[in-house]
Write a protein that binds this ligand. Structure first.
Ligand code: PMP
Length: 433
């Protein structure tokens, strides 16, 4: 449509044409292709603080933040300095450094469930490894996951997956064998009865339950306390390992993540995004006796040439140091409330059916008249209305996630005036519906 042609500059259009001939779909990760909203992506030149700049020289207020990591804003000077200092000392050794223990200490200090931690390179590796350790530690095969939750592209978890898998219509990917998915039990989120039934049926065969303790990957969905409590008690009774996938929520909803915020402590936790300060670094950890199953302390194999990479560790460690010293969480909560209220009012004034759900600096405007508690609810949202909203906001200089089934993120560099500017843009866009 015309709107789309006018919204993306000529340099981005040309760059996408070039990339599509070289890289599948022109992108190195599917969510960023803008496919679900019927257009082509902005190609990025640089980013600074709350702003991102495309190669056509236009400036946008960024509510993606690299899909979560950039809580300090882009190109935070202390992080840049730490990275430059580290890379000058050699970019990888494949040998231990003291800086890895420093970051491990920071993670253990922050996250209630973690007594020992392994550093890996992506959230996918973190969840893949956590599942393997849970199976190794319990000697059991089955894993429970929830539809619409996304845990990276691990074969056994790429079943009823959220995020781009849901957005682009492939919740169950070709290439995942019946064998790889066969031990995965998929349940609806926020349904304690379905969980109790699964435990009644499979009893002592369930190695792990993995979930997003606040879901970002089907749009923002909040767990009920009844759901969280039954997760904790059923897994405890069955000797099943409860894994919180806090790749998105860790250091985002509180310094100690969703588990600190909700006061429920799992057995294992996966982290990514913020913990790497914008570099490829993630982590998994848990109680000492579980993590001591990992080679060479134990026998569960998990390894990585670039794991604990000194440049990535410098970015992560500096980011956590700033978050601890200069806690932004109260201010992020206040701005999140303001944004959520403002977006809801804008939609209500325009007579657009909506549901704004948020925790802290994670917010989703669902084009859905009813509360969204699980994937079936999320799936009833009006995708066409979302697309119209997305392109309208791009036209107003606001860069939002390009799918109804994602949460937006903002950083400590977003000011109250910028939040109000975003609400005003939404008023304008929604009023034109
Ligand atoms: N788990 C969750 C909750 C995520 O949101 C993501 C990525 N968005 C992943 C795992 C996978 O992380 P990565 O993309 O770093 O592999």
């Amino acid at each position: 449509s015309k709107t789309i042609d006018h919204s993306i500059g000529p340099k981005s259009l040309a760059a996408f044409d070039r990339a599509r001939a070289l890289i599948p779909g022109g992108v190195n990760s599917p969510a960023r292709a803008f496919g679900a909203v019927g257009g082509s992506p902005l190609f990025i030149d640089r980013a600074q603080g709350p702003y991102i700049f495309d190669i056509d020289g236009r400036q946008f207020l960024d509510f993606i933040g690299s899909w979560g990591p950039m809580i300090l804003g882009h190109a935070c000077p202390e992080v840049v300095e730490a990275v430059v200092r580290a890379v000058g000392r050699g970019s990888s050794y494949g040998a231990p450094t003291e800086a890895e223990s420093e970051l491990a200490e920071q993670i253990i200090d922050a996250v209630p469930s973690i007594e020992r931690v392994r550093l890996v390179n992506s959230g996918t590796e973190a969840t893949m490894s956590a599942i393997r350790v849970a199976r190794g530690a319990t000697g059991r095969d089955k894993v429970i996951k929830f539809s619409g939750n996304y845990h990276g592209h691990v074969d056994s978890l790429l079943v009823a997956a959220g995020s781009a898998a849901a957005t682009l219509g492939v919740p169950d990917s070709p290439g995942v064998t019946a064998g790889a998915g066969g031990d995965t039990i998929v349940l609806p989120y926020n349904d304690p009865q379905a969980l109790a039934d699964a435990f009644a049926k499979h009893d002592q065969k369930i190695a792990a339950v993995i979930l997003e303790p606040v879901v970002g990957n089907m749009g923002l969905v909040i767990p009920t306390s009844e759901f969280l409590n039954s997760l904790r008690s059923l897994t405890e009774q069955a000797g099943t390992i409860l894994i919180f996938d806090e790749v998105m929520t860790g250091f985002r909803l509180a310094y100690g993540g969703a588990q600190e915020r909700f006061g429920v402590t799992p057995d294992m936790t996966t982290l990514g995004k913020i913990v790497g300060g914008g570099m490829p670094l993630a982590a998994y950890g848990g109680r000492a006796e579980i993590m001591d199953q990992v080679l060479p302390a134990g026998k569960v194999f998990q390894a990585g040439t670039l794991s604990g990479n000194p440049v990535a560790v410098a970015a992560g460690s500096t980011t956590l140091k700033i978050l601890k010293q200069d806690s932004p969480y109260e201010s992020l909560d206040r701005l999140g409330d303001r944004l959520a209220e403002g977006l809801a009012a804008a939609a209500a004034d325009a007579g657009v059916p909506h549901q704004v759900q948020h925790v802290g600096s994670m917010v989703t405007l669902f084009f859905n008249p009813d509360p969204v508690m699980n994937w079936a609810d999320a799936d009833r949202s009006d995708r066409a209305a979302f697309g119209k909203y997305f392109w309208g906001m791009i036209g107003e200089g606001i860069y939002m996630p390009c799918s109804q089934f994602e949460s937006l993120f903002f950083s400590r560099t977003h000011t109250e005036a910028m939040i109000d500017q975003t609400i005003d843009a939404a008023k304008k866009v929604l009023a034109s519906f």
